[in-house]
Design a protein around this ligand. Structure first.
Ligand SMILES: NC(=O)c1ccc[n+]([C@@H]2O[C@H](COP(=O)([O-])OP(=O)(O)OC[C@H]3O[C@@H](n4cnc5c(N)ncnc54)[C@H](O)[C@@H]3O)[C@@H](O)[C@H]2O)c1
Length: 350
């Protein structure tokens, strides 16, 4: 039986806690024993936070008095010292990912750390080195690798089943209610802390573009900063590859209002097929055939992601997808896009 803990019980952390609760109900060999958050009222159910992501929303919305269910801590080091943990999910603000993940690895605990991996490729390198030195597993929560509609896309691009890709367009956009549903000390609105739509949210599409097509040779990004200390809450990027015929771009926006919620998707146009993922529905439109509406997955990508992590910890098998090096590369590309946007869309080579 694996002993698990979650560090960070904010908007996303509550989703991770909910997945552990589900896995336990299903009889998976894991037990969530401890939760850590510096913001004590969250541990006692005095605050509720909303997550705007589909199936995880219900978990995050509720006020939970975790202190009646788990050993609760406000200090991660104390928790790592006192609990005999096998795995920990690091779901704190991005500027703390490198530091807290390394503390957990050095305490002999396997780590699933949320995306973006860290603020810089150098910090990511330290995390990878720490995992190697300690012999513990490190996985980064680039969840699109467990999102059925993106897995299918990557498979179709790589197999060449529908011919070459002519062009592809990726987007994501959400309504962030930064007043009634703030992040911890509003870190998500601070560029220096990992905030801003480009680095925090658009990195998912960077991940899927790199996964499907490899690291681009250059990027050009234009963007607009809406929240004063933030960076590129609205942005559009053009990606350049060695194959000049590949026309790939992506758009991101974290400033939608009201009941917009969260939308994401893609349109990928192959030689013989167009795949459209919008409003949660993937439709495959092959030349000369009836369109196919792909059945939606039963569980959230976070469920499959956390389960995959745990299964690999148990089996000792190396991760066969979504390795830390991939997440490190995403950070490098995101920073190149920010540098491009800082210079008004100048083409930045990678
Ligand atoms: N994979 C996804 O789809 C997805 C979605 C949302 C957020 N995220 C990522 O999850 C992470 C957290 O984002 P969030 O929206 O939940 O932020 P949040 O601010 O709502 O939650 C972070 C939590 O960490 C706590 N915290 C801060 N410092 C701490 C410390 N030193 N020790 C313990 N707890 C501490 C805060 O009190 C807060 O509860 C970010 O890296 C974000 O990018 C990923």
């Amino acid at each position: 039986m694996l002993r698990a803990a979650v560090i960070g019980a904010g908007r996303m952390g509550r989703g991770h806690i909910g997945v552990y609760q589900q896995l336990e109900r299903e009889g998976f060999g894991v037990k969530l024993v401890a939760i850590c958050d510096v913001d004590e009222p969250k541990l006692h159910g005095e605050k509720a936070y909303a997550l705007n992501i589909g199936k995880s929303a219900g978990v995050a919305h509720n006020k939970h008095n975790y202190s009646t269910m788990y050993n609760c801590y406000t200090d991660a080091e104390e928790m790592l010292r006192k609990e005999q943990l096998d795995v920990v999910n690091v779901v704190v603000p991005t500027y703390l990912h490198a530091e807290i993940s390394q503390k957990a690895l050095r305490a002999g605990v396997n780590v699933l750390c949320e995306k973006p991996m860290a603020l810089t490729p150098e910090q990511c390198e330290e995390m990878i080195a720490c995992a190697e030195q300690t012999g513990k597993r490190l996985m980064i929560g680039q969840c699109l690798h467990f999102w059925k509609e993106y897995e299918i896309l990557a498979e179709k691009v790589k197999s060449g089943e529908y011919g070459k890709v002519n062009d592809a367009y990726f987007y994501r956009g959400g309504a962030q209610n930064v007043v009634t549903n703030p992040s911890w000390q509003q870190w998500i609105l601070d560029r220096k802390l990992g905030g801003g739509g480009l680095f925090d949210q658009h990195i998912h599409d960077i991940d899927v573009i790199r996964w499907c097509f490899g690291t681009p040779k250059a990027v050009s990004t234009v963007g607009k900063t809406v929240y004063p200390k933030s960076a590129y809450d609205i942005c559009t990027t053009r990606y350049f590859f060695d194959d000049a015929d590949l026309y790939i771009h992506a758009r991101d926006n974290t400033c939608y209002k009201g009941s917009y919620g969260f939308q994401y998707g893609y349109t990928v146009n192959f030689e013989h097929c167009t795949m459209v993922f919008e409003h949660g529905q993937l439709t495959i439109m092959e030349e000369g055939k009836e369109p196919v509406l792909v059945e939606k997955p039963q569980e959230s990508a976070y469920y499959y992601e956390i389960k995959y992590f745990l299964e690999n910890v148990v089996s000792g098998e190396p991760f066969s997808r979504n390795e830390p090096r991939d997440a490190q590369e995403n950070v490098r590309i995101a920073l190149a896009e920010m540098a491009s946007a800082d210079r008004g869309g100048e083409i930045v080579t990678l």
